[in-house]
Design a protein around this ligand. Structure first.
Ligand SMILES: NC(=O)c1ccc[n+]([C@@H]2O[C@H](COP(=O)([O-])OP(=O)(O)OC[C@H]3O[C@@H](n4cnc5c(N)ncnc54)[C@H](O)[C@@H]3O)[C@@H](O)[C@H]2O)c1
Length: 350
C-alpha cells in the first residue's frame, strides 16, 4: 500500500489528550481531524485549541469517513468500551495506558480489533525514552550478562484534589491506584526489559488518601528467566520524588533516577555515558513523573501504528503487549488480597 495521510480522531479531551493531539499534529503522515468528549466545554475548547472539528457524541466522530485512527484517552475503565466501538466502526485504535483495567475487557478489545481487521496499538511512552532504550538494547545484546534484578521504585505524590470528585482513585474507572494509574509506566518497563513474570508476592494498601484503591504498594517478582525484581509504587511520598529504575546483571549495573542515568557500569564498556547529552535530557517533575519528551515518544508510537497499518503487521506496542502490565498489576492485587504468592498468567492471552 502506498503511503498516504491518515485522519485521526481523539476521544477524551482531558489532561493527556494534548500530548496525543500535539504528537498527531507533528507527524507528517497524520492529520488531526476531530476530537470528542461527552463534556461540551471540553470538546469545544480542545477543538478550538487544535483547530479541528469537535463532537460531543462519540458515535458522530466514529461515523466520519475522514478518520482512520482513533486515539482513546478517556478514563481507563472506558478504554475497551470506546475502543470496541471504534473497531466496529472500522477505525484503527490506539489506547493510552492502561489499555483497560480488567483482562476480560482487554481481551474483548483485542478480539474486536481482530474481528474487524483493524490495528490495536497502545502508548507506553517511557519505552521510547532514550535512557530506557539504551538499557533494553544492552540487555538484548547480552552486555549485562545474565539478568539478575529489575527494580522499580516510584515514590510519587498526588494531592487530595487530584482524587476529589474525580474518576481517579475509583475502582470502577481507575481500576487501581498507584500501580494501575502511575507505576504502570515502570511496571511496563520491567516486563519489556526482563520478560514475563512467573510469580509475584505483593501488598496493596490505602494508607493516606481517601480513595477506593491502593495508594501504597510493594511487590517481589520472580521472572520466568529466574531473575528477581522489586516494585514500590505510591502517590503519597512527601513532596514526591523521581522514580528509580535499577537493573543488575552478572556483568553490569544501571540505575536511572527520573530520566537521568545515575550509574552505568557494564563490563568492557569504556564509553562514559554523559547523562545530559545522551539521555532524554528532559525536565523531570518529581510530583507528576517525567513529562519531557512525552510528545516525541508518543509520536514514535503513533507513527509505528501507521507503519503497522501500511506493512500489514502488528504494532510493536500492540494490545497483547500492553496487556502484560495490567495482568501483573492484577496479580499483585490478588496476592495482597489473598495473602499468597500468585502465579502468572492469570488468564491465557487471546
Ligand atoms: N501516558 C500518560 O502519561 C498518561 C498521563 C495521564 C493520563 N493518562 C491516561 O489517559 C486517560 C485519561 O486521563 P486524563 O488524565 O486525560 O483524564 P481526564 O479526566 O483529564 O480526561 C478524561 C476526559 O474524558 C472524558 N470522558 C469521560 N467519559 C467519556 C465518554 N464516555 N465519552 C467521551 N468522553 C468521555 C471526560 O469528560 C474528560 O474530559 C487515563 O486512562 C489515564 O490513565 C496517560
Amino acid at each position: 500500500m502506498a503511503s498516504r495521510l491518515y485522519g485521526f480522531g481523539v476521544i477524551g479531551c482531558g489532561v493527556i489528550s494534548d500530548t496525543h493531539c500535539d504528537a498527531i499534529s507533528r507527524l507528517p503522515r497524520a492529520r488531526l481531524v476531530a476530537v470528542a468528549d461527552k463534556n461540551e466545554q471540553a470538546a469545544r475548547s480542545k477543538g478550538e485549541q487544535w483547530s479541528c472539528e469537535w463532537h460531543t457524541d462519540v458515535a458522530e466522530l466514529l461515523a466520519r469517513d475522514d478518520i482512520d485512527v482513533v486515539n482513546v484517552v478517556v478514563p481507563s475503565g472506558l478504554h475497551a468500551k470506546i475502543g470496541i466501538q471504534a473497531a466496529e466502526a472500522g477505525k484503527h485504535v490506539i489506547c493510552t495506558k492502561p489499555i483497560d483495567i480488567t483482562l476480560e475487557a482487554i481481551d474483548d478489545l483485542i478480539l474486536a480489533c481482530r474481528r474487524n481487521g483493524v490495528k490495536l496499538g497502545a502508548t507506553h511512552q517511557f519505552r521510547s525514552y532514550p535512557v530506557f532504550k539504551r538499557i533494553k538494547n544492552a540487555l538484548e545484546d547480552g552486555r549485562f550478562g545474565r539478568p539478575l534484578y529489575a527494580n522499580a521504585f516510584v515514590p510519587w505524590y498526588r494531592a487530595p484534589e487530584y482524587y476529589a470528585g474525580s474518576w481517579h482513585g475509583t475502582r470502577e474507572l481507575d481500576g487501581g491506584g498507584a500501580l494501575m494509574n502511575q507505576s504502570i509506566h515502570y511496571i511496563d518497563l520491567l516486563l519489556w526489559m526482563f520478560g514475563d513474570v512467573a510469580q509475584v508476592a505483593g501488598f496493596a494498601d490505602t494508607l493516606v488518601h481517601d480513595i477506593e484503591v491502593e495508594d501504597c504498594a510493594s511487590a517481589t517478582l520472580r521472572f520466568r528467566s529466574g531473575a528477581q525484581g522489586l516494585i514500590q509504587g505510591t502517590t503519597c511520598t512527601y513532596q514526591g520524588k523521581p522514580a528509580r529504575l535499577e537493573v543488575h546483571g552478572e556483568l553490569g549495573n544501571a540505575v536511572v533516577l527520573g530520566d537521568q542515568i545515575q550509574l552505568w557500569e557494564v563490563e568492557g564498556d569504556e564509553t562514559e555515558w554523559n547523562p545530559t547529552a545522551g539521555s532524554s535530557g528532559a525536565a523531570s517533575d518529581p510530583r507528576h513523573g517525567m513529562i519531557g519528551l512525552a510528545v516525541q515518544a508518543h509520536m514514535e508510537q503513533i507513527e509505528d501504528l501507521i507503519e503497522a497499518i501500511e506493512e500489514g503487521r502488528e504494532p510493536l506496542l500492540n494490545g497483547l503487549e500492553a496487556r502484560r502490565a495490567v495482568e501483573l498489576i492484577l496479580a499483585i492485587y490478588r496476592s495482597s488480597a489473598e495473602g499468597q504468592v500468585v502465579s502468572l498468567p492469570l488468564k491465557p492471552a487471546p
